[in-house]
Design a protein around this ligand. Structure first.
Ligand code: GLP
Length: 261
């Protein structure tokens, strides 16, 4: 697991965008795993800028979302399908239908989860998976207690996550759906390269648990410790509770120029 610390969110966004750009520019094209939430927004904005200014093309790229609310149609203002379309996919040149997400309004949600797993597999798996982290250590919508081997399935949100996400809905946490579809921790763990982004003081505690605590279903993000290729991009506030912070800084400062995340 590589821990990289930056003074500003712009630097986090630049390095995150570099990782995505390298994958997207591969001749075979890339399969991206896209996260919602505020953490990856800087990366998306930087990629949109590179598309407009530098001609970075996503025409051969496919994408899969991490998760979706049950019961929200794709055009609902708070749906994750709508979020990713307006914040990223719709602002660059993905081919029509190249970005998929779990359908939270499917008549048969169990069958939809199976369809989604099969679609990821048929695309050859995810090359680069962007991730944020919830205050309780969740990734995607895998709340504490999620099996570390889980696949895409229906989950129930904790009261804390519903309160945290109420800002995307018109009023209270009561408007936030109780149920979601989410890639499982096991699904996420099969991606080739996991890129976890965390910004701000509120993420310092879950990051310390995920990176330096025991691997446990109580902190689903701790499953990243078992993955062979993980990059954690942090601003100084999100890194502030890491015990080995001086070591991470020293390692980062001594990186040879050819060694990219
Ligand atoms: C939601 C999403 C997660 C995201 C988390 C943190 O719960 N399902 O994928 O990582 O929020 O969001 P933010 O980046 O806004 O802090």
């Amino acid at each position: 697991m590589e821990i990289l610390l930056f003074d500003s969110p712009d630097d986090v966004a630049r390095v995150g965008a570099d990782i995505v750009e390298r994958a997207v520019r591969r001749p075979a094209g890339a399969v991206l795993g896209l996260a919602t939430g505020t953490s990856p927004l800087g990366i998306y904005r930087e990629l949109i800028r590179r598309h407009r200014d530098d001609g970075l093309s996503f025409a051969s790229t496919r994408a899969f979302l991490l998760d979706e609310y049950v019961g929200l149609a794709r055009d609902h203002p708070a749906s994750y399908a709508r979020f990713i379309e307006s914040e990223f996919v719709g602002q660059v040149d993905f081919a029509p239908g190249a970005a998929d997400g779990p359908n939270g309004t499917a008549a048969d949600l169990v069958a939809e989860c199976e369809r989604y797993e099969a679609a990821i597999a048929a695309a050859g798996g995810i090359d680069v998976q962007l991730l944020g982290i919830g205050a309780d250590g969740h990734i995607g919508f895998n709340e504490p207690g999620s099996s570390l081997g889980s696949r895409t399935r229906i989950k129930t949100l904790t009261a804390k996550t519903r309160a945290d996400n109420a800002r995307f809905f018109s009023s209270s946490p009561d408007d936030v759906p109780r149920h979601v579809l989410t890639q499982g921790v096991g699904t996420i763990s099969r991606a080739g390269h996991l890129v976890l982004v965390a910004l701000g003081k509120a993420k310092a505690a879950p990051i310390a648990l995920a990176v330096e605590g025991p691997v446990t279903a109580m902190v689903p993000a701790s499953a990243l410790q078992l993955h062979p290729h993980v990059t954690v991009l942090l601003d100084t506030a999100a890194a502030s509770r890491l015990r080995l912070i001086d070591y991470y800084r020293e390692t980062q400062a001594g990186k040879p120029p050819w060694q990219v995340p």
